[in-house]
Design a protein around this ligand. Structure first.
Ligand SMILES: CC(C)(COP(=O)(O)OP(=O)(O)OC[C@H]1O[C@@H](n2cnc3c(N)ncnc32)[C@H](O)[C@@H]1OP(=O)(O)O)[C@@H](O)C(=O)NCCC(=O)NCCS
Length: 159
């Protein structure tokens, strides 16, 4: 399947938000009932993606098949020194990645991820990180296949 990966532009904003909403719906249904679906298309969601698309310290990529956007990845640089208080380490966070269901398992996710790593290298990043729901077994499998290893586990309780 011929897939093109390119950096997102402001023209892609709406489509990226639509895909982000699909991701939120999936996560709300399967992993986290507290997720606020209104956030994505609301003022804060628009602002968030406008910043991510336009700023130099973030990276939004889209994957295109037959002229149609079928997936996206969004990531951002962390602050130098924020990672384990190591002053020289520049971290990057892979925040979200989503591929439309019918296009999954065709290595489109891997292509997006590889392009993100290329971008990280241009920014001298030496640690890429992400958070994922422990219930999202398929995504964890995808990340492990792409060389991520388990590091921390976030625990929480309702008070
Ligand atoms: C996770 C995801 C981005 C991977 O993209 P992809 O294009 O399907 O991944 P690739 O084709 O490069 O790699 C496929 C591997 O990823 C894993 N995988 C993860 N989620 C999968 C899914 N929903 N369907 C199929 N494979 C999935 C499998 O190990 C698969 O290997 P296999 O094809 O040998 O079984 C994509 O499946 C997706 O959008 N999932 C739903 C959203 C999500 O969970 N996002 C991550 C949380 S932020």
């Amino acid at each position: 399947m011929a897939t093109t990966i390119r950096k997102a532009t402001m023209k892609d904003l709406k489509k990226i938000q639509e895909l982000n909403l699909e991701l939120f719906k999936k996560e709300k249904k399967e992993y986290d009932s507290l997720l606020d679906l209104d956030w994505v298309l609301g003022k804060d969601g628009i602002e968030y993606y406008k910043n991510r698309i336009s700023k130099d310290n973030s990276c939004v990529l889209v994957s295109i098949v037959d002229g149609k956007i079928v997936g996206y990845l969004c990531g951002e640089l962390g602050k130098t020194g924020a990672y384990r208080r190591l002053s020289k380490v520049i971290p990057a966070y892979l925040e979200t990645i989503f591929i439309l269901e019918e296009f999954r398992s065709k290595k489109i996710g891997k292509k997006l991820y590889d392009k993100f790593i290329e971008w990280c290298k241009t920014k001298n990043v030496s640690k890429a990180m992400l958070d994922v729901s422990t219930k999202n077994k398929l995504a964890i499998k995808f990340y492990r296949k792409n060389k991520f290893v388990d590091y921390s586990l976030t625990l929480e309780t309702d008070l």
